[in-house]
Write a new protein. Structure first.
Length: 299
């Protein structure tokens, strides 16, 4: 095929904005941006320098055709993505890591179904040959199981950093996306729970360039918080029903044992636990309505 023929069949990416959150990625950012610029010259590329102290912003500004926005202080992965998506001017927005883990070919595959109006959101699914940090796998596995419980279906990849959305869809839910790394997990469940057309595309992820900013102890606590947040936001009734059921069973078992032992009727402690279970159940109904209002606020 001649070069003119290749150009004729090559899809246009003029409708795509790519969002790169960057925090202390000076070692990788210039190479990542050059590859993107060469592969997709018509694409809008937005880098958010999230309070870096190693010259990441300056490196990004040295690449022609790249918009660089800056946070005065480090606000988080999700905060940087929200800044980029609000600033984007194209109909499709894609998330792309600035640490050299992704490749332009995978980005093209993730974007294509959204550009062709086959899906509202597409997530890159990391294959078996992808680089993985072993120390973070147990926490991610637990989080994935909690998310699948909420979604009521399997999730091939909950928190992949390579994904694409119709901009008008994801903008409706920016108020729900957290500022930290959990923005990816939350956006996955948002698309699933709100009934959007979500697709999955296999990708390969390389080892990152530079040092990861994820810390085991700090982010382990954040993972626990995220699991609770996911349950409260997407299935508050399930969360409170499980708590209420546990309280009610304990109260019932204790009351039966106490009545059988003393024969003087329902014990005070048993009554307190049973009433607590009932109140927790109705609290779940109330929280479920509040969560539904938050989800539907901009729809």
């Amino acid at each position: 095929m001649t070069e003119p023929e290749q150009a004729a069949v090559r899809p246009s990416y003029s409708n795509v904005s790519i969002c790169l959150p960057a925090y202390n990625e000076a070692r990788a950012i210039a190479g990542v941006l050059e590859k993107l610029r060469n592969a997709f010259p018509e694409m809008e590329i937005i880098v958010v320098d999230d309070g870096s102290i190693d010259g990441t912003g300056e490196k990004a500004r040295s690449i022609n055709g790249v918009r660089v926005l800056s946070h005065e202080r480090n606000s988080g992965y999700g905060a940087a993505l929200k800044t980029a998506m609000r600033s984007a001017t194209r109909e499709v927005v894609a998330w792309y890591d600035a640490d050299g883990q992704h490749c332009p070919e995978d980005l093209a595959a993730v974007i294509a179904p959204v550009l062709n109006d086959e899906n509202d959101a597409v997530i890159g699914v990391r294959g078996s040959g992808s680089h993985r940090q072993i120390s973070r796998m147990p926490g991610k596995l637990i989080l994935k199981r909690v998310a699948e419980l909420v979604a009521r279906e399997p999730i091939p990849d909950l928190n992949s950093g390579l994904r694409a959305f119709r901009r008008d869809v994801i903008l409706r839910y920016l108020h729900l996306l957290p500022n930290a790394f959990s923005a990816s997990s939350t956006s996955t469940l948002l698309m699933m729970k709100r009934g959007y057309r979500i697709g999955y595309v296999p990708i390969q992820v390389r080892e990152r360039i530079g040092q990861s900013t994820v810390k085991m102890l700090r982010d382990g606590g954040r993972t626990i918080h995220l699991m609770l947040r996911i349950l409260m936001l997407f299935d508050a009734f399930l969360f409170f029903s499980l708590m209420a059921g546990g309280q009610f069973l304990v109260g019932l078992a204790y009351s039966a044992w106490a009545i059988n032992r003393s024969g003087i009727g329902l014990p005070v402690l048993g009554a307190v636990v049973l009433i607590s279970g009932i109140l927790t159940f109705f609290m779940g109904l109330l929280c479920d309505q509040v969560a539904a209002l938050r989800l539907e606020r901009l729809e």
